[in-house]
Design a protein around this ligand. Structure first.
Ligand code: AMP
Length: 140
């Protein structure tokens, strides 16, 4: 996989405001924060998208992510937060190294944090039954 700016940050070749590091995971402040405390949590493994990540890195990320959410909430004084994880350019991914955004939300600051356009449809029962079976069968 091509080297990304996040691999350079992990190696210390590009500066960052680091908040956490262990054998598999690295976390630092987003350089273009959507709100105060916006933090990125990344695996050290250079996978482009979440579906390509190893079980080992995935479990290490899952283990520490809630702890980092608690820390961001505590330090920023946020009232709520979003965890965002984009995969593919179509889904707004700009850096092709897996990353989770922790994005705080503050009362009285509707313009800060993540804005979401959620155009909900309605799940057809028959299609839902078929689709759920297809997804279940595709799980490796
Ligand atoms: P995404 O659209 O999910 O790929 O988000 C990539 C994020 O990486 C954006 O929020 C950027 O602000 C952030 N970013 C890019 N370069 C850096 C950097 N050198 N240090 C910290 N954050 C960065």
């Amino acid at each position: 996989m091509a080297d990304t700016i996040f691999s350079k940050i992990i190696r210390g070749e590009i500066p960052c405001h680091k908040v956490y590091e262990d054998a598999h995971v690295f976390a630092f402040l987003d350089i273009g924060p959507l709100s105060r405390g916006h933090t990125l949590v990344i695996p050290k493994e250079a996978a482009a998208t979440l579906d390509q990540l190893s079980d080992e890195s995935s479990s290490a990320l899952g283990r520490v992510l809630p702890r980092l959410c608690r820390a961001v909430m505590k330090a920023s004084g946020a009232d709520a937060y979003n965890v965002l994880q984009n995969n593919g350019a179509l889904a707004h991914q700009a850096v092709f190294h897996v990353h989770f955004h922790i994005i705080p939300k503050f009362e009285g600051q509707p313009e800060s944090g993540l804005g979401i356009r959620w155009l909900a449809g309605k799940l057809d029962a028959a299609e839902g039954k078929q689709l759920a079976a297809q997804i279940a069968a595709a799980i490796g």
